[in-house]
Ligand binder design. Sequence first.
Ligand code: SF4
Length: 392
Amino acid sequence: MSYDIRSQKGIYIHIPFCISKCIYCDFCSAPADDAVKERYVEALCLEIEAAGAQAAENGDNRGISTIFFGGGTPSILPPRLFVRIMGAVRGAFTVAQDAEITVECNPGTLTDEKLETYRRMGVNRLSIGLQSPDNAELRALGRIHTYEQFEESYHAARRAGFDNINIDIMSAIPHQTVAGYEKNLKKIIELAPEHISAYSLIVEEGTPLYDMVERSGEEILPSEDEDREMYALTKKILSDAGYLRYEISNYAKTGFECRHNMSYWKRTDYLGFGVAAASLLKKSDCYPASRRFTNTFDLTDYLKNPIGNHSEEQLLTHDDEIEEYMFLGLRMMQGISKEQFYRTFGRSFDEIYGDIAKKQQEQGLIKCDEDRLWLTDIGIDISNTVMAEYIL
Ligand code: SF4
């Protein structure tokens, strides 16, 4: 089966640098000096240019509809390095006029000069990592900034003309209470960002937070019931304030859903550049098979060899693709369309999953209409279990 090669891709660019490490973080990021940042950007540009040349050689479409700078802390880069990367992207690919271009920023690293540079380079969406408006909670997380610094960054971004801003907020922070979290949500709403990503803190093995929980016991974290209460509060308070939940953890004012992330969940092709960045290229007239690949996680290794340096590469079978389509599609509140399923895979949804969907509908885990099926609130609560049933 061939896919439409005219469809545009997304680009993800990973900036693996942070001022210091937050105690819960297991992302590929670390502090670095200016010389390393400079070398990294040069390596990144080589990788981007090589991918553009490769796409041209394969006869692939080089149209780009979304670009997302993630990290790490992309806003740690000096403006001239950011300009250098955007120049490489625009030289190697054709960025659509209306492309969504997002930069993740951390308070304490944003300046007016950077904001002005972003605007000039076509950035039209900022995602600011706040996590909590409570300074004691920020300290507990090892964040480098205070709430006041966040507010300064937020207002500076508005003054610079950004009218599409996401704020990240976290629940289940050590010693957080349900009442405290409710206060946090209300404080953020007052700022009226266009988008809010609300995640529950996960204690990852290998992080200082993990060691702390091992030492002090789980009592320092909100209980499972409190966690669930915070989760329910998020939906209630944000919905009441006019934010539409469009994905399990993401809320937006109408028209401000993150197009880049939507394309992940819809399995549009994307290219990831930089250390630890992942890519998906589906089968098409240009590629004989669908594949996912992830760049090396080793910064030194990447700096030596940034082109085609993959730590993982997986050719996707037809069944793999169907499973991914289900897992990712069910994350979105709009769920999946049976008709689109058929158009994508040439197989009837009911023939493959009809029995499972019927059972889950009876259990109240999903809802269905003529064409679509989506998770209910109960289904979202145990989404991993629900989705596991779609493994072929
Ligand atoms: S700012 Fe983000 S990427 Fe950097 S250490 Fe903190 S959580 Fe990790």
